[in-house]
Design a protein around this ligand. Structure first.
Ligand code: DX5
Ligand code: ZN
Length: 231
């Protein structure tokens, strides 16, 4: 097993705090609170694909230039084929778009990779994952939403776990190195369920930014996930 650095980053588990739960007016100091995270999860919402609105490329560019950790951009927007590459161009390490919104997901993933980003695809709770089985090599990350996208602070949906388990089994069977991400309602107890089902990359908004000490919250989540991850 590789040595674990001060922040525990080399566990094969990633903890990505969602800035949706941060104070938008004090973004610089909020970003400084999560310097021990693996990525900062950046939720872009267009009030069309989801019934909520956050921000677009101008804000994400400022986050990119300020953040102590790389960006994990989650695009909850229609027509990602048109807009997603711009987020890779501004330097986001990872760009995830929704399968339900993309016209040509594989071509779009290829463009994101060509620009130098990791390519991610997300599925809402009701969207099956079987359609992704033949596309595992085309993506670096698959995001299984554990709430309906649109808002922070919702309850984790355990009924999404069988789907995650099927995806993890298939990825293992094919020897895929794709990262399996969960997002929505992740906290100290739900992270255990998701890790057992095969997730290795965890988004947490309220559980991290709602804590008095973000570094402690990140370390606790990382330890719980590492202990229960299905290897
Ligand atoms: C929801 C967003 C999530 C959200 C998670 O649509 O995609 O990233 O911020 O927030 P919590 O962890 O509070 O459920
Ligand atoms: Zn998200």
């Amino acid at each position: 097993m590789p040595p674990i650095d001060d922040n525990g980053r080399r566990t094969g588990i990633r903890i990505n705090p969602s800035i949706l739960a941060a104070d938008f007016v004090n973004m610089q100091s909020e970003l400084a609170r999560i310097a021990t995270a693996d990525f900062v999860h950046v939720d872009v919402m267009d009030n069309h694909f989801v019934p909520n609105l956050t921000f677009g490329p101008q804000m994400v560019e400022r986050i990119q230039s300020t953040s102590p950790v790389p960006l994990d951009v989650h695009l909850m927007i229609t027509n990602p084929d048109r807009w997603a590459p711009g987020y890779a161009e501004l330097g986001a390490a990872s760009v995830t778009f929704h399968l339900e919104a993309a016209k040509e997901p594989v071509a779009l993933a290829r463009r994101l990779r060509d620009i130098g980003a990791r390519a991610g695809v997300a599925v809402k709770p009701a969207t099956p994952v079987e359609g992704l089985f033949d596309l595992l090599d085309d993506f670096d990350q698959i995001l299984v939403m554990t709430v309906e996208p649109g808002f922070g602070g919702q309850s984790f949906m355990p009924e999404t776990m069988p789907k995650l388990r099927r995806l993890a089994d298939e990825a293992r069977r094919r020897g895929s190195s794709v990262w399996l991400q969960v997002d929505g309602g992740i906290g100290e107890s739900t992270i255990v369920q998701a890790a057992e089902a095969g997730a290795d990359t965890f988004v947490a908004g309220s559980a991290v930014f709602g804590a008095a000490d973000c570094a402690n919250a990140i370390a606790d989540l990382r330890a719980a996930a590492a202990q229960h991850h299905a290897h």
